[in-house]
Structure formats: C-alpha cells, structure tokens
Design a protein around this ligand. Structure first.
Ligand code: SDX
Length: 431
C-alpha cells in the first residue's frame, strides 16, 4: 500500500481531523482511521464490515463489480483450467508459482503428512454416528493441538511451517474419516501413490471388500472444487481465523474457529442449504412460487446459492463450477438430473427477474458445487466439510501473513453502546 499524501477531512462540532488516505495495488483507496478515536474521541460504526478494511493483504483480490477473483494476481478461471490444487496452495502460501522442483518437493511433503496420529481415531468414536461431519471436523481439528504440540509455538517460523503442512495434508483424511464414521464404514488410510484429490475420493468411497479405482474425470472435478474454494479475501471464516490468531492462540484452535464460522448457512453451509432448497422445490413448475417467496419481505426464505456481499456480478467461481457440473453429470449419465434441471431453470428465472438483477443477486460458488458433489455420491452433510477442507489453505495463508507482520496487534473492536447508564444495585426486597 502507498500513502497517497492525500487526506480526508472530517469535521463536526468544533472538531476537524485530517485522516491519511492509503492506496492499494488494486481496488478502492482506504481512509486510515487508526488515530481517529485518539484525535476526535469518536468511533466509526460498521456492524457487517461492509465499508471496512480489516487488514492489508497481498493474497487474494476480488473485484465485485467485474466478477474477478485473483490469487496473487492470477485469475481464478486460469488457475482452475491450467493449475491444480496443491500448486494453488503453494502460490497462496508463498506468493509465486513454484518451479517444477519446488512443486515436487511441496507435493512430497504434503503427501507424506496425510496420516493422522493413530490415537486420534479414538476421538471419532466419542461422537454419535448421526453427528454432522462438520461437528466432528470442528472437534478433531481443535484437538490437533493436543497431538501436535511440537508445532504450536507461533513465534517459531519452522513450527508455523510444520503446522501449515500438517493441516493442509491431514484435512482430507479427517474429512473422509468423519464421513466414514457417520455411515458406519471402516476408515480408509491415505495412499502416497495417489494425488491429493484422488486420495480424498478413495478415502471416502473405497471399502476393504474390493479394489477402488478413482475416475480421473471425477478426481479432476474434485481438484477443481478444492481450487475454487481455496481462498476469498476477508470472508467471515477467514476474518474469524485472523481474529482468533491475533490473540496468539495456536493455529489448530484458530482453524477450528474458522470451521465453526464456515458452517453457517449464510456462508459455507449454503451449498448444503442450496441443494436442500432445490430438492424442496422439486419440479420446474414450482420455481415461480419460490421466486415469489425470495422476493417477499415478510418471508425469511432466500434463494440459497444466490447473492454475495462482494460480487455484484457473476461469481467467477460459479461460472467454472457450472462448466464442471455439466462435465460430471454428462460423464455419470445424469445430465437429466431433476435437481440440475431445477437449478438451471431457477437460475434462468431469477436472472430474468428485475428483483434479482436490480439487487445484483447472481449465482455464487455454492449454487453449482452441491450439484456436482451430489452427483459424485456425497451426501449434503459432506458439502461444507469439503468447503472447509478446500479453504484450509486460505485460512492458513492469511494466518501466516498476519502472524509474520511485526505490527500485529490483538483485534479488539469497540461498540455503539445502547444499554443502561450507571445505576445502583436494588435489593431484591425493593424490586
Ligand atoms: C459464501 O464472503 C465470502 O467471500 C463468502 C464466500 C467465500 O468464498 O468465502 O464467497 C462463500 O459464503 C457465498 C455466499 C453463500 N450464501 C448464500 O448463498 C446464502 C444466500 N445469500 C444471502 O444470505 C446473501 O446474499 C449473503 C449473505 C450471501 C450476502 O448478504 P449481504 O451482503 O449482507 O446482503 P443483504 O443480506 O444485505 O442483501 C441485500 C438485499 C436484501 O434486500 P433489501 O433488504 O435490500 O431489500 O438482497 C436481498 C436481501 O433481502 N437478498 C436476497 C438474497 N441475498 C440477498 N434475496 C433473496 N435471495 C437471496 N439469496
């Protein structure tokens, strides 16, 4: 960022303050209000952070108006087409695309850290079989600090690196184990001769009773889903990870906090909610009824998979996801999948309706991801765990960027207090 030497003048009552304006490499300028309270004895007020930059970051940039998403400057559609998830992980973590040798070393390290501590298997058995896989992931990831205590000192760059590798490598194993546990099947160990996405599919769908061959088209689609969900600026779960990390909490606890936040249906839980909505709509002729409900101010119903805080154009990830959906469903011979038919007609009807175009509500990443995952055989309860698995590298990259900033301060927002002013205690007999 550069100090533009320009300032914003804020005047009210008998107070005037000059606030520096900082310029980014992409996107709008920011007004630096760090000294505002000290100089003018006022706070700013922005509950949903709609106009607030919480940090400076060099990892991901979104242009909501253009529908553009860049990871270290590279557009998501090019990365989805030409790269693959572990290479994107390297890019997010290190800032540059790896050479062939760097990529090989990175992939070897990740591949050889995919097994979890065998004692952790007992953690799964503490859950009911009908536990949501996100509840299991949240618990198991939070417990990782108890098993990998030798990589919890965040002041040690080497321990930070080991923790990062452990989480990127082990998250698919934990997600697959959470799935196997809920369906009563035995855990399947990772294999070092498989790529990251194929390993995950095999850990989810293989059974000891027979060999399992990963379909290359499905593993490519799986890898693309991982890539499309890898990072997304300061979204709610990433902001949660940053805030938790600002207190110096260990990285496993901070990533568990991110998993908890992602679970919400307004965020990462939207892919599960979207598929459940498409199933509830059921047939194309019922779409007008649901469009009307989404527009009705008195009805809390919203079109899951539509709208975005930042994108006021198509989510570029949704475009790639839609192309993948067609490929996977075509391969599986389910291109006439009723859910996909409803999805396609719903998208068409919503985009033709002025309510959605005026409010700039377009399909987001969650609109098509659930359809692909369902076609691949995942239950809806596994959609958000897959999102969490994919986003782990984004959370860790943002955590790494923040922790290594010498200017790091604990995040501690203030408030607009609307409660009672000072009053004395009243004894119960006098109330
Ligand atoms: C993700 O932040 C990220 O980057 C997130 C994410 C990531 O990669 O990390 O991209 C992943 O979370 C994608 C979003 C998934 N969520 C959903 O699909 C749930 C449905 N979408 C909505 O809940 C909503 O659009 C949000 C939460 C995504 C965004 O909400 P905002 O920015 O707070 O916008 P808003 O709620 O103020 O809505 C603006 C207007 C409102 O109407 P008015 O009050 O102005 O009259 O649009 C309406 C809303 O009622 N609206 C919708 C709608 N989304 C917003 N109306 C119908 N259906 C919808 N989906």
């Amino acid at each position: 960022m550069t100090d533009t030497q320009k300032t914003a003048t804020l005047s009210f009552d008998d107070t005037t303050v000059e606030l520096p304006i900082l310029s980014p490499s992409e996107g709008p300028d920011v007004i630096d209000i760090r000294k505002l309270y000290a100089q003018a004895n006022v706070f700013t007020y922005d509950p949903g952070f709609t106009s607030t930059a919480s940090c400076d970051s060099a990892i991901t940039y979104i242009d909501g108006g253009k529908g553009e998403l860049l990871h270290r400057g590279y557009p998501i559609d090019q990365l989805a087409e030409k790269s693959h998830y572990l290479e994107v992980c390297y890019l997010l973590l290190n800032g540059e695309l790896p050479t062939a040798a760097e990529l090989e070393e990175f992939e070897n390290i990740v591949t050889r850290h995919t097994m979890i501590h065998e004692q952790m298997v007992n953690l799964f058995r503490g859950f009911r079989r009908d536990a949501h896989p996100m509840a299991i992931m949240n618990g198991v990831v939070g417990a990782m600090s108890a098993f990998y205590h030798d990589s919890t000192d965040i002041t040690d760059p080497r321990q930070r690196e080991i923790a990062a590798f452990r989480m990127i490598a082990k998250m698919p194993t934990i997600a697959a184990m959470a799935y196997k546990y809920t369906i009563g099947q035995p855990f399947v160990y990772p294999r070092n001769d498989l790529d990251y996405a194929s390993n995950f599919l095999r850990m989810c769908f293989a059974v000891p009773a027979e060999d399992y061959e990963v379909n290359p088209i499905l593993s490519r689609a799986m890898d693309r889903i991982f890539t499309l969900h890898a990072d997304h600026e300061q979204n709610a779960s990433t902001s949660t990870v940053r805030l938790a990390s600002s207190s110096g909490a260990n990285p496993f606890a901070c990533i568990a906090a991110g998993i908890a936040c992602l679970w919400g249906p307004a965020h990462g839980g939207a892919n599960q909610a979207c598929l459940e909505m498409l199933r509830e709509i059921g047939t194309v002729d019922r779409i007008p009824e649901y469009i009307a409900r989404a527009k009705d101010k008195n009805d809390p119903f919203r079109l899951m998979g539509f709208g975005h805080r930042v994108y006021k154009n198509f989510d570029p990830r949704a475009k790639v996801m839609k192309q993948s959906a067609d490929e996977v469903l075509d391969l599986l011979g389910v291109e006439d999948n009723p859910v996909l038919q409803v999805a396609k007609e719903l998208e068409k009807a919503a985009l033709a309706d002025p309510y959605f175009s005026e409010k700039k509500l377009f399909p987001n990443v969650d609109f098509y991801s659930g359809i692909i995952l369902e076609a691949m055989g995942f239950p809806t309860s596994m959609f958000t765990p897959i999102f969490a698995l994919s986003r782990t590298v984004g959370w860790i990259s943002q955590w790494k960027e923040m922790i290594s900033d010498p200017a790091l301060k604990i995040g501690r927002p203030r408030q607009l207090y609307v409660g009672d002013s000072f009053r004395d205690y009243v004894d119960v007999e006098n109330r």
